[in-house]
Design a protein around this ligand. Structure first.
Ligand SMILES: Cc1cc2nc3c(=O)[nH]c(=O)nc-3n(C[C@H](O)[C@H](O)[C@H](O)COP(=O)(O)OP(=O)(O)OC[C@H]3O[C@@H](n4cnc5c(N)ncnc54)[C@H](O)[C@@H]3O)c2cc1C
Length: 421
């Protein structure tokens, strides 16, 4: 078996696999993906998997350019065309609509294991890409020319560049001695698929309650939604373990019955929430991507979207250097990636934290300010559109495979398609 690779990616989640495909698609460097877990639950039609993501348009473009989007869309995606956010305390609210930015939708709700299994299928197309699972890593060391990973069954693998895509508790990040700034939100997010009396009409809804945000994300069936309900940890566990009829009642009430009664609920899961940012995204012969580099509160639904941008950007830096005959793993090249992505991620992390604090505040003055802020922003379309363009991934500084047609061209094609309907 081959024991030396140009690039080793530790972690075959959505981000690690995207990076693997983006590299394999654009160059012939030898790549290995090491994944700890055997695929235990492949995607299935029913029941809906409890882990879903709001996938931005920039992420769709990345998946399209890697030729995995079609496979995902054929199975099940749920586009949403509007977003409605409101403050439970004073009912101030804001609406976003895809028509305002000349897009057919604002994003898609997709099950994580569907994205992952489509990417797993795709990597089989590349002869220079090796998928190893299950792999348990036991040690790591690095010298001037290469890095070395040893598995617990004694295999020694060497590489010019190791990428940590192994999630929030990243083993490789710790082994490489990269520290993180961490803040425990002391909150847990309850996730579950729920059926409501009223249809969601493809609107993603989120209410900010004094205890934390509650989102209903529209799934492919008109009365089926996926909830993300962030609550203080103990309360989240209490709701997870409560009787079904009690939970349905509490959930409908927390959502002010905007979708009527909650008529059914699948198994509930709780995920602890943390904000995390690695102090460095790179070190000699190591780079971090996705949750290994950063995690944030799910209220903005951006974690995996940022992770896919990390993957596409790192691939672009590596491929560009390699095609120009430069050392793709040189520290200076890795630093370019770090400067690019860390600034973008920090800005979003800061914004998400700001929103979280603003809505958690019990101060009357802050509550008045946020009500005014929501109402005013809702009135000024240009501010609203600026926010929503950023959220859907329509902004400067994106890696090539995530970029869209210029806005003016899109407006014209959108108008033509509206006329022809
Ligand atoms: C409740 C909740 C809701 C969310 N909603 C959204 C949303 O709507 N939109 C959005 O964009 N983001 C959302 N996120 C964030 C999103 O889920 C994550 O950002 C995303 O899953 C990160 O992907 P990843 O591939 O970086 O890491 P992971 O998904 O954690 O994958 C890491 C992979 O590495 C493997 N691994 C771990 N350790 C090792 C090791 N030592 N060796 C080998 N392999 C290893 C794991 O088995 C796994 O396959 C949400 C998060 C939460 C908690």
């Amino acid at each position: 078996m081959q024991t030396s690779y140009d690039i080793i990616i530790v972690g075959g989640g959505m981000v690690g696999l995207t990076l693997a495909c983006a590299l394999a698609e654009q160059c012939t460097l030898s790549i290995a993906v090491l994944e700890a877990k055997l695929p235990t639950h492949d995607w299935q039609l029913s029941p809906y998997h409890h882990r879903v993501s709001a996938v931005a348009l920039s992420s769709r473009r990345i998946l399209e350019s890697l030729e995995v989007w079609e496979a995902i869309a054929k199975k099940r995606v749920s586009p949403f065309t509007k977003i409605h956010v409101w403050d439970a305390l004073n009912q101030a609210d804001i609406h976003f609509d895809s028509t305002a930015i000349a897009e057919p939708c604002l994003g898609y709700i997709i099950e994580n294991n569907l994205i992952q299994s489509a990417l797993q299928e795709r990597i089989k197309h590349y002869p220079h890409l090796t998928w190893m699972t299950p792999v348990e890593l036991s040690s790591w060391c690095v010298n001037e020319n290469h890095a070395q990973l040893t598995t617990s069954d004694g295999r020694v693998l060497t590489t010019r560049l190791a990428v940590a895509a192994d999630g929030a508790q990243s083993w490789l990040r710790k082994e490489a001695g990269i520290e993180v700034d961490r803040e425990d939100y002391a909150q847990g997010a309850i996730v579950a698929a729920v059926r409501t009396a009223l249809p969601h009409e493809r609107i993603a809804r989120q209410v900010f309650l004094p205890t934390g945000p509650l989102a209903f994300l529209p799934l492919a069936e008109p009365t089926l939604s996926s909830i993300v309900w962030s609550l203080p940890s103990e309360l989240a566990e209490m709701h997870r373990d409560s009787q079904v009829h009690e939970f349905k009642h509490a959930l409908a009430q927390a959502f002010s019955h905007r979708l009527g009664e909650v008529v059914d609920v699948d198994k509930r899961y709780v995920f602890p929430l943390q904000r995390q940012q690695a102090r460095h995204y790179v070190k000699p012969r190591v780079a971090l991507v996705g949750d290994a580099a950063h995690t944030m509160h799910p209220l903005a639904g951006q974690g995996v979207n940022l992770g896919l941008l990390d993957a596409a950007s790192l691939a672009e830096m590596i491929v560009e250097a390699h095609h120009q005959g430069r050392d793709f793993a040189a520290f200076a090249n890795l630093r370019r990636y770090e400067r690019w992505r860390r600034a973008d991620n920090l800005a979003l992390l800061g914004g998400v934290d700001g929103i979280k604090c603003l809505f958690a505040s019990e101060k009357k003055s802050i509550q008045t300010l946020r009500s005014m802020g929501l109402t005013l922003t809702n009135r000024f379309n240009w501010i609203k559109n600026m926010f929503i363009r950023h959220a859907v991934g329509d902004r400067r500084g994106l890696p090539r495979i995530a970029r869209d047609l210029p806005f003016l061209i899109r407006c014209v094609t959108h108008k033509i398609s509206m006329k022809s309907h």
